[in-house]
Design a protein around this ligand. Sequence first.
Ligand code: AHR
Length: 636
Amino acid sequence: MKLSVLQEKGVDIQKDLIGIFFEDINYGADGGIYAEMIENRSFEFVDARGDNDAYFQIYDGMYGWEAFPKGEKVNLSISTSRPQNQVNPHYLKADLKKGQGFTNKAYDGICAEKGRMLKLSFWARTNKDCLISVGLVNGENFYDEETVHLRGNSTWKKYQVSFCAKKDVRHELFCITANEDAEIDFDCISLFPQDAVCGIFRKDLMEKLEELNPKFIRFPGGCVVEGNELTNSYQWKNTVGDISERKANWNRWAVHGNNKDNHFHSKYSHYNQTLGLGYYEYFLMCEHLGAKALPVANVGLACQYQSSQRVLRDNPHYQDYIQDVLDLIEFANGSSDSKWGSVRAGMGHEAPFGLEYIGIGNEQWQTERVDFFERYDDFEKAIHAKYPEIKLIGSAGPTVFTPTYDAAWKNFYEKKDRTNYTYAVDEHYYMEPDWFLKNTHFYDKYDRSVKVFSGEYAAHDPEVKEDGKRNNFRCALAEAAFLTGVERNADVVYLSSYAPLFSRIGYTQWAPDLIWFDDKASYGTPSFYVQKLFSNYMGNKTLKSTLENGEENGVFQVVSQDEKNTYIKLVNTSDKDIKIELEGVKRGPAKTVTLKAGDLEYNSIEEPLKVAPIEGQLDLNDSLDLPAKTFLIINY
Ligand code: AHR
């Protein structure tokens, strides 16, 4: 086999080509990267049930909370009579005897290593001065506690206190007890580890995102944008301001997999959104990672799979959806004396965030009932009338190679001459590994006049059913092969992101996913490393190159270059070690990165780096050995 690299430019590569797609699915936000440890901190959780067009929620404000000592009768109840705020009106009334209190289950329990500071804040109201203790509970033992003096003046007051884990703890409950008989109201009880990045994000998960070096973040979904119905569609204005006043909601993924057999009630039915990770925090996350924000707007449609709900275009309320996007741009980019810019500044960010991209709808598609194309027109017109520079993302629906996908592309091609009409069209494909291997030329044939955002894709192995094992190397290698085609076609594919990003073990509605975690640790999948390598080893243009007898033997390649570096990517999906002769490749020392494993190998909490890249050196000569089942990068 011979690799020939010509010193001739292929195409320019957009610097934002590799990004990430964040959705609050699989407990990726609450219980995930949002470092809040308390589950149901504002006593607003609901138990979400039902199915398509027949959803209902049962209020379950004590979810996650229990009396302490366990099994003892403690006078705890929920009230709304004199709330801390009107947005989240429920609060806990605790009529406590000395030594009594309550615990929080904190997802899988509190996990903290010795010496880690935990920052607690809560609202409380009591009519007489009293002392309470806050800390952790292991069975009967209450420890690591701090004492807090509550002021008895019958008004809500916010308290903040830190306490430190004095030994390594795991699966402990968080606990508050009274040091004397007292009647106390509590609300918004929040506990963050002190090492949370920006005070908000779970450290190990942010570090994983840093490794990916994403150039953009698409958020907050996914179907979460649309909601199962309009009541739980994502409304960004509910996600900014003080955390106690962000209207909690049920998560779209709480009802995933509901059917007759489970009585339309899944084990995720208490998957709620506190919205503590809201738009301000998403922008901060982008800023921290040096990634551009790509928020996705709802266009007045609930999830087309899950619901028939929509706001008709001639309904005056439809204009609110458009106004929300205009206000979002002002929130992100407006001066601090504009209406929404001042909200941003009030939250602590005087300078604009520099929003460039907005997605119009998630994976909407046109039907007889759903006029997505006309909605896109309405949004585009209104946004560009005020903000002509904003880059808008269209949608080609949930799949490729379907009539709806064809119709979407026809629509966008027909409008291609309208100035700045669409920056790129978002298309989604979750396919078998073999599909990715057979479609490395997928984008070769695309008309270049409208660009692509490959916004959700992942190889799904039909032979593997167990969640964690689904992220095997066969899938990752197929994605790497496919991405050689994406990179080679970077003149038409402007943006791309694997999906979904996160999954908490034991809380998974959708697998495979890029990064897995539990209460303590996290790991990147083989697909994570493919993303990381493509993101970190890519030039700003491709070089024309050929690999004689490559693809027919399962070997794929792409070569790119910038001012300082050349990157050769070789993906050998076959079972054979292969010798590759080199032509047009510089001789001498080069760095290598090798990702190699067996088809069914995968990473896990126990073996997080079983499949991981290994850096090395190579003295480039007339040929090189490319082992079987290997993704190899050569960098000089
Ligand atoms: O990534 C999971 C889901 O797949 C997304 O929410 C949705 O956009 C797609 O159908």
